[in-house]
Design a protein around this ligand. Structure first.
Ligand SMILES: [Zn+2]
Length: 411
């Protein structure tokens, strides 16, 4: 079995002044679902914890684990309606504000199954996707979105420029948290960006992780957790400027979109964000110090609630076989005795088992067939969408449990 490696230094600045403030124990890799025929002891577990870098304020996990991108990596973006709408708005906004046309080039890093780039393709704007996961990338190519199946980095940027030229727009959504070589990735974007081009980056906001106890967004594939301050520091190192931010409250528990360019053209909005982060102390360890105790409280309360429901004879299932569900179930030690099965709309996940805790994953119709009394919303970031889709389950008397910021039954 391959071992995890503990990093002694910051993933961005190399400082050894790192402080652990959350320990989630040892958990399996959250996106590697278990096949039903595999034995009970199949799951390798690795340490999962969060550290704060005192030198550059970047929040990050301390261990690297082997083999994060298996061939059958099950995440396909196109399964969420909310994300599709958000992406179409993003693309249309860029076309308008940047005046994109048939001579432009839009490059997306971690383009998945082409869910975002196809909005540009439909308007005749040249695009190139780059994604290391063969399953989603092949789906993108088949859907008419040109895609290179590869990890993006500074070495690859030269090849892309030779073949396609520099990019007017580079989009990197929910990928900067996932790149093992953060500096190589940003240096690659710097190289690839046309002189007056723009980079837009979306990441879950570390402020929401901390303030809403969203500890289940921590998993081994998610190396870094960003604030405007840490993004600004990283971009500055690479001679790029953070020029604007936009906040999306309902996306992945709170997302910041960063606008980055070669020249310094900072808006008042981004200056205000940076100022507020300084005022709330996000650039110092004290801001993060109490988080571990708060998360332990969520685990204690959630287990108590589920044990009480089960001992009163209630049946409990869960919704959303995403990585955050695996973190929550494993950290809280919620096995099939407390939560019997998980449902998910993604056909690629159905028929498999949750890593570590081994709940079987079924399609969402199972909620109406088996009518569990309660459904734990593991995919709480899609709460409104799920509640809307499952109105029949709710009308039949079913109830949802939301685990964070503190476990609660929603009517
Ligand atoms: Zn650092």
């Amino acid at each position: 079995m391959l071992e995890a490696t503990r990093r002694g230094t910051c993933r961005h600045c190399g400082s050894a002044d790192l402080h652990t403030f959350l320990d989630l124990g040892e958990t399996p890799i959250a996106n590697v679902l278990v096949e039903p025929w595999q034995s009970d002891d199949v799951d390798a577990v690795y340490p999962l914890d969060l550290v704060f870098c005192n030198a550059c304020s970047l929040v990050q996990i301390s261990h690297d684990v082997p083999e994060l991108f298996p061939e059958d990596y099950p995440y396909y973006s196109s399964v969420s309606d909310h994300l599709l709408r958000h992406s179409a708005d993003h693309a249309n906004g860029l076309v308008e504000t940047r005046g994109l046309g048939d001579k432009s080039l839009v490059i997306e890093l971690a383009s998945n199954d082409g869910y975002l780039l196809r909005n540009f393709v439909e308007q005749g704007i040249p695009v190139l996707g780059i994604d290391p996961a063969p399953g989603p990338a092949t789906a993108a190519i088949e859907a008419g979105v040109p895609t290179l199946i590869n990890f993006f980095g500074v070495d690859m940027a030269d090849d892309v420029i030779a073949e396609h030229g520099t990019a007017d727009v580079i989009i990197a959504n929910n990928v900067m948290a996932h790149v093992p070589d953060l500096n190589g990735f940003v240096a690659g974007m710097k190289k690839l960006l046309a002189e007056d081009g723009v980079i837009t980056v979306e990441n879950p906001y570390v402020r929401d992780l901390i303030e809403h106890a969203e500890f289940d967004t921590v998993y081994h594939e998610h190396f870094c957790y960003y604030s405007a301050s840490s993004v600004q520091a990283i971009m500055k190192t690479h001679d790029l400027s953070l020029n604007d931010v936009e906040y999306f409250e309902d996306l992945h528990g709170g997302t910041l979109r960063y606008h980055i360019g070669h020249r310094v053209e900072q808006t008042e909005r981004v200056k205000n964000y940076l100022e507020r982060e300084r005022e709330s102390g996000m650039d110092s360890l004290a801001y993060y110090a109490a988080f571990g105790d708060r998360v332990a409280g969520v685990r204690r309360d959630l287990r108590a609630l589920l044990e009480r429901l089960r001992s009163s004879g209630a049946t409990v299932a869960a919704y959303g076989a995403a990585a955050k569900g695996a973190t929550l179930l494993n950290y809280a030690g919620i096995g099939t005795d407390l939560v019997e099965f998980v449902v998910d709309r993604n056909v690629h996940k159905q028929g498999k088992l949750m890593p570590g805790t081994h709940q079987p994953i079924y399609d969402t119709d199972t909620l109406e067939e088996r009518k569990p009394d309660f459904v734990l919303l593991l995919a709480w970031n899609f709460k409104n969408e799920i509640v809307e889709q499952q109105s029949a389950y709710l009308e039949a008397g079913g109830q949802f449990i939301v685990p964070v910021p503190s476990p609660a039954i929603v009517q």
